[in-house]
Ligand binder design. Structure first.
Ligand code: ADP
Ligand code: MG
Length: 397
């Protein structure tokens, strides 16, 4: 890392200029750092014609905390390489990486300024019908084509090694699977739900189920995950969606990516009751979000099944009964991980705006309790829920 230095606007501009042909000698460039993210620097570099690219640089620590939380800059390599692999299998819904520099831990990528972050749109009550279909397609293709159904044994092992991501996996291992279930100082718990949190700390049966999900997260390298697929990692516009921010990527259980997004839809479903103007708007938006959850699972399951039956390379894994059982287990895993996401976004360190923006403290507390309860049911009932319809029946009306 001899050449590494933390970028200022000028560095970002030079980096973008050097690695693209968009700008040219005579056009005047400008740059601004505008990332609202937690971990990295994000610059927009524009020329005087309005053409722009994004420069994202990993700092040797977590941006939101500072130097007291060191973090490997290798996460920039992971992000660039995951997004490039995913773009090979689903270019239409993956942000385009234009250049990656390992020494500078810097990525040059397409600017999605014509898009909105999905979470922001959902919080405003905006409804895009195509999100679930497109992201279901993204999940089916990126996860299937990086799995044992396709890769040879040696190729799979090389891929697992390429995406060993200890620092960022540890964040998930701690924040997602451990902290919410004990009185950890990192937790962020609103006063009015402290008794709900305490129940989690004392619930040994629930903790046993979370332990099983965590053990799978640690030791089930099924496919190359995005690793952080929440509604803040998806850009959307009137026709399309694109996934960004894959620095948490690694080989893990397929259900983790699917479940993360399902849970973020559920969090919005619950939060919108305290965010939108009147009950009619809430009902309409909740109907939309419920439909998105249904479609997300259906499209994912249909396309993943089709890919398994048509494109599996390993002769043993072509067995259709095995494939059916495999998908059933992915479903149970996804519901379990969705449950963990619901809980950790409510009592853990990193909250979501869908709940935090609810202005009435009383109403926010009752929504947060619903989120924890829904999470608990997802986790404990995941093996006996047989369909996505049954899962969605657990959502409060
Ligand atoms: P971090 O990994 O630090 O959380 P993100 O990748 O989530 O950073 O990016 C932070 C913010 O920067 C996003 O919420 C978005 O506003 C902006 N951003 C990131 N990538 C792009 C992009 N390709 N096009 C436009 N804006 C982007
Ligand atoms: Mg990130």
């Amino acid at each position: 890392m001899t050449d590494y230095r933390i970028f200022n606007n000028d560095d970002a501009m030079r980096f973008a200029d050097k690695h693209s042909e968009l700008f040219g000698d005579h056009s005047k460039l400008s740059a601004e750092e505008f990332g609202d993210g937690n971990l990295n620097l994000v610059f927009r570099v524009s020329n005087d014609k309005g053409t722009s690219l994004i420069v994202k640089q990993a700092l040797p620590y977590a941006r939101c905390v500072g130097e007291s939380w060191p973090l490997s800059t290798d996460r920039a390599r992971i992000e660039a390489e995951v997004l490039r692999v995913h773009a090979r299998f689903c270019p239409e819904h993956t942000v385009e990486i234009r250049h990656f520099d390992a020494e500078l831990s810097a990525i040059l990528m397409e600017d999605l300024k014509q898009y909105t972050i999905l979470r922001t749109a959902l919080i405003k009550g905006k409804q895009y019908e195509h999100v679930a279909t497109q992201i279901g397609h993204y999940l089916a293709h990126t996860l299937f084509y990086t799995s044992d159904f396709v890769l040879t044994g040696p190729a799979k092992k090389a891929a697992v090694a390429q995406f060993i991501n200890p620092d960022l996996c540890q964040i998930t291992e701690d924040l997602f699977f451990t902290d919410p279930y004990c009185n950890h100082e990192r937790n962020n718990i609103h006063d009015l739900i402290i008794s709900t949190a305490r129940e989690l700390w004392q619930d040994e049966a629930l903790q046993a189920e979370v332990a099983a999900l965590k053990a799978d997260f640690l030791s089930k390298p099924q496919a190359l995950l995005h690793g952080d697929l929440h509604s803040g990692s998806i850009f959307v516009n009137a026709e399309n969606c694109k996934v960004i921010d894959a620095e948490f990527g690694f080989y893990g259980p397929i259900g983790f990516d699917v479940g993360s997004l399902l849970a973020n839809f559920c969090l919005n479903y619950l939060g919108c009751a305290g965010l939108l103007a009147d009950t009619e708007a809430v009902t309409e938006h909740q109907t939309y979000v419920r439909q998105q959850c249904l479609t997300l699972w259906q499209v994912f399951a249909e396309q993943f099944s089709q890919l398994m039956s048509q494109d599996s390379q390993d002769p043993m894994l072509r067995n259709s009964l095995y494939q059916k059982q495999f998908l059933q287990q992915v479903f149970a895993d996804a519901i379990g991980y969705a449950g963990c996401e619901l809980i950790r976004r409510t009592v853990g360190l990193a909250h979501v705006a869908d709940l935090d923006k609810v202005s009435s403290e009383q109403q926010r507390a009752s929504i947060e309790k619903q989120a924890v309860e829904l999470g608990r049911r997802f986790i404990t009932q995941r093996q006996s829920l047989n369909s996505i319809e049954q899962v969605l029946d657990l959502l409060p009306l």
